[in-house]
Design a protein around this ligand. Structure first.
Ligand SMILES: Cc1ncc(COP(=O)(O)O)c(C=O)c1O
Length: 448
């Protein structure tokens, strides 16, 4: 897979973090907000190339996190760098809210081609995932003339006030803030490894039924008449909540419910989209067609861009209803167009095939370690959940393993309560997987 390098393994030469890294961390502590939810280990990145990341002290890591599922084409993919460089020589900004340039319709046309939305689409451009979600919320309210939303426990949709009203994966995200800005009811997410009542594994049909009944028999009949619901917002694979895929039948049921009541089905593909699951979008695993989709992270290979794609007849709001100065920046779009080209020319397939190879390897480790309760996901969006003897989540063990991986030169990151997420660059090779699994295996053994 391009881009290839001669590097085969991580190379850790200093204590971690090293002296230069420690200086940067000290300055960060002095001048930067302490609110970032950084993990226990401290990575101070300096350079990235492909799947490799070099820290400020020259230590080389194998990156199986990709800047939290963002660097889909790997770090600084030469073709992406070239596309960005060429664009910066021509036009760096022109405020698409007031003027025209070809990049916005170019990417809009491409998204119309690749997004699994029925009929033609239109796109609103933003700068981040949260902004893409904000757009979807406003659009659903505008189109339906309704104000209520349904969101899922464990979900993460961003930290701006509208998106935060949906978000519910950790207490820290809401603690200390006023009541939620929007009228959102949270319902259980269909996690078949942890039923929302028993916290125990359950068969797929039962969890789907229980979660659907909760919506239709409980909240629709009490607090939330469906005729007042503007949108149901769902991640096809819950990301921050623990890399939990929604069963296909559940997404199909949400589609049915939305159709029956004129509700917008809003699928947040900010983390699961752009090839990560082995299809361009995770919702395609269930053949469901959303009304509105939210994209960000992997679409720009690292440049900040968010997009809200909706059926053309839904995105028909008045001039001035929504806009963003930087959203749809031509340099970010140049990066996105090149990224999509690379995804279509092999990286989605690699996410599927090499992702399966990684999944098989993780499942072998599950046979070896009873502390691995679950290995789940699609493609290169895989979660490994660590459990105690009694099946309860083992967050402490997960954190120890995360740290042991770091010390051995493998970057992975936790999510949910006790899960490690695998979200590598989609250029990862089987050879890289072998190295990553060998380190993961040793890190688990050392942490028990
Ligand atoms: C599913 C999902 N939606 C929205 C967001 C928010 O994106 P951003 O941090 O770019 O605002 C995230 C970020 O992790 C996410 O995973």
């Amino acid at each position: 897979m391009t881009p290839s390098t001669e590097i085969k393994r991580p190379n850790i030469k200093t204590e971690l973090p090293g002296p230069k890294g420690r200086e940067i961390i000290a300055a960060d502590e002095k001048y930067v907000t302490p609110s970032y939810p950084r993990p226990d280990y401290k990575l101070v990145a300096e350079k990235g190339y492909g799947v490799w990341l070099e820290d400020a002290d020259g230590n080389v890591f194998l990156d199986c996190n990709a800047g939290v599922a963002v660097c889909s084409t790997g770090h600084c993919h030469p073709e992406v760098v070239e596309a960005i460089t060429e664009q910066t020589k021509r036009l760096m900004h022109m405020c698409g809210t007031d003027f025209y340039y070809h990049h916005m319709p170019d990417l809009g046309r491409k998204l119309n081609e690749i997004c699994p939305i029925e009929g033609d689409t239109k796109t609103h451009f933003a700068n981040s995932g949260a902004e893409a979600v904000e757009t979807a919320l406003k659009l659903a309210m505008y189109h339906t003339k309704r104000q209520k939303f349904i969101s899922f426990f464990g979900s993460f949709h961003g930290r701006t006030l509208g998106a935060l009203s949906l978000t519910s994966s950790k207490r820290a995200q809401r603690q200390g803030f006023a009541r939620q800005a929007l009228d959102v009811v949270h319902v259980p997410y269909p996690n078949k490894f942890r039923h929302f009542v028993t916290q125990k594994p359950v068969d797929e049909a039962s969890i789907v039924k229980d979660c659907v009944d909760w919506i239709e028999q409980k909240i629709f009949q009490t607090t939330t008449p469906p005729s007042e619901v503007a949108g149901i917002v769902i991640e096809a694979v819950q990301g921050e909540g623990g890399y939990v895929p929604a069963p296909k039948a559940f997404l199909q049921a949400i589609r049915r419910i939305c159709d029956e009541h004129g509700i917008m089905m809003i699928v947040d593909e900010v983390q699961s989209g752009m090839g990560r699951t082995g299809k361009m979008f995770a919702v395609e695993h269930s053949n469901v067609k959303p009304d509105i989709m939210c994209l960000a992270k992997g679409i720009g290979s690292g440049l900040p861009i968010g997009a809200t794609v909706a059926k053309a007849e839904i995105m028909s709001w008045h001039k001035g209803a929504h806009a963003s100065t930087f959203g749809g920046n031509p340099v970010c779009i140049a990066s996105a167009l090149k990224t999509i080209e690379l995804l279509q020319n092999g990286l989605v397939d690699n996410a599927r095939d090499t992702g399966k190879y990684l999944e098989d390897g993780l499942k072998k480790l599950q046979e070896k370690y009873k502390q691995i309760g679950d290995v789940r996901g699609y493609g290169m969006m895989l979660g490994v959940e660590f459990v105690k003897e009694n099946g309860d989540p083992d967050a402490e063990l997960r954190d120890k393993i995360e740290m042991a991986c770091f010390n051995r030169g493998l970057i992975i990151l936790g999510c949910g309560t006790s899960t490690i997420r695998w979200s590598p660059p989609l250029i990862l090779t089987k050879e890289n997987v072998d190295v990553a699994l060998e380190i993961f295996d040793a890190a688990i053994a050392e942490s028990l």
